[in-house]
Design a protein around this ligand. Structure first.
Ligand SMILES: NC(=O)c1ccc[n+]([C@@H]2O[C@H](COP(=O)([O-])OP(=O)(O)OC[C@H]3O[C@@H](n4cnc5c(N)ncnc54)[C@H](O)[C@@H]3O)[C@@H](O)[C@H]2O)c1
Length: 376
């Protein structure tokens, strides 16, 4: 198959969908890889490295879309890319169709096959192509929190780990999923006193078993959260209710229970945030203060560390991309339920229930587009 890797053109997106290691893997399986010039520079990968791995560099984004049977990307196509997409072309990338009607209609009109990273789903309902970005954001949340706890940045002026003779900071992690686990590990590693709060007792039991001694677990309810925030220096918001807006676990009236200069990092801001006073911010202007409490609410945290994010994402996407290239999308999706769940829009039809519901479109059963298997 002919694989195309365009340079991401969405504002401030420095990740790239394939590394030189990925190129080498495709080549090993007999595929051709075309990478747009400078596609990797934002992640520290030069054109030369791609060439050495066996890719051909093409000068423009038009060249890449023109030649490729499968496009691998990071972010959803933006308007400038819509006219470049061809009928039957396979696009493997994040789409988030339910949040853009314009994108949904553009992809339906294109006749392309859109396989979305975010809906590839394992049997246990986990989302393997979202996990790496949660890992990055969870770890980053502590770095950012530690920075904004510094006095010149507006924080309380407390060092997470303390020093000999001085107590460490208290870190409260709301949600003990991927983000929460990674945050707790980082904060504990720096020597802070960490409390993880979750509604799932089995999850808390698991975390209690694997976390170091400076991490406690507490069941999530309003009473417990009200108590904990009064002595907390840094709060990480990492809760998720799949398919719904995040619950507001810290409400406006709770802010005056907290000490001025407390920092709250709302990682769940991409789902509406789990602090009532949150609103989305950018890396250019990441924080704002409400009633003396510093809020950090960047919606695309992994974008600040494109090198790590690119490697983490491609580690997860490559095995699926190779299956798609080796078998073609129909056979690959027939044989792998995880990939099949990634199909959202196929040849002008909506095949994913969440997208059909979001825009009141007719839903075509995914089996209808996968075709019949002829048994000889
Ligand atoms: N801002 C960013 O750049 C960025 C990056 C990656 C992920 N995220 C977001 O971070 C959030 C968390 O992602 P994740 O992968 O860790 O999800 P996850 O599903 O692994 O974990 C969510 C956890 O929240 C818990 N939870 C649900 N309701 C709760 C409540 N009322 N109180 C306490 N805990 C509760 C669940 O039991 C679960 O353990 C998501 O909204 C995700 O989209 C944001």
């Amino acid at each position: 198959m002919i694989i195309g890797v365009p340079k991401e053109i969405k504002n401030n997106e420095n990740r790239v969908a394939l590394t030189p290691a990925g190129v080498a893997e495709f080549k090993k399986h007999g595929h051709e890889v075309y990478v747009q010039a400078t596609a990797g520079v934002g992640s520290g990968i030069s054109d030369e490295e791609y060439v050495q791995a066996g890719a051909t560099i093409l000068p423009t984004i038009e060249d890449v879309y023109d030649i490729a049977e499968m496009i691998v990307k990071v972010k959803e196509p933006i308007a400038a890319e819509y006219p470049l997409i061809k009928a039957n072309q396979l696009l493997f990338t994040y789409f988030h169709f339910a949040s853009s009607e314009e994108l949904t209609y553009a992809m339906l009109k294109s006749g392309a096959v859109c396989l979305a990273y975010e809906t590839v789903e394992k049997n246990d309902r986990s989302l393997p192509l979202l996990v790496p970005m949660s890992e990055v954001a969870g770890r980053m949340a502590i770095q950012e929190g530690a920075k904004y706890l510094e006095k010149p940045m507006g924080g309380r002026g407390i060092l997470l780990g303390g020093v000999a003779g001085v107590k460490p900071a208290n870190v409260l992690v709301l949600g003990g999923g991927i983000v929460g686990t990674q945050s707790a590990k980082m904060a504990a590693g720096l020597g802070a006193n960490v409390t993880i709060v979750d509604i799932s007792l089995p999850r808390l039991r698991y975390l209690e078993d694997i976390m170091p001694a400076n991490v406690d677990t507490v069941i999530s309810n309003e009473y417990n959260i009200r108590q904990l925030i009064q002595t907390t220096d840094l709060i990480i918001g990492g809760v998720l209710i799949p398919g719904a807006k995040a619950p507001s676990l810290v409400t406006r009236d709770m802010l005056n229970l907290m000490r001025p200069g407390t920092v709250m990092v709302d990682v769940a801001i991409d789902q509406g945030g789990c602090f009532e006073t949150s609103h989305a911010t950018t890396h250019q202007d990441p924080t704002f203060v409400v009633e003396g409490i510093v809020h950090y609410c960047v919606a695309n945290m992994p974008g600040a560390v494109p090198y790590t994010s690119t490697l983490a994402l491609t580690n997860a996407t490559l095995p699926y991309a190779i299956q798609l290239a080796n078998k073609g999308w129909k056979k690959a999706c027939r044989e792998n339920e995880e990939l099949k769940k990634g199909l959202n829009v196929v040849n002008g039809k909506t095949v994913y229930a969440g997208v059909a519901e979001a825009w009141s479109l007719p839903l075509t059963p995914v089996e209808d587009v996968l075709g019949k298997v002829i048994v000889a």
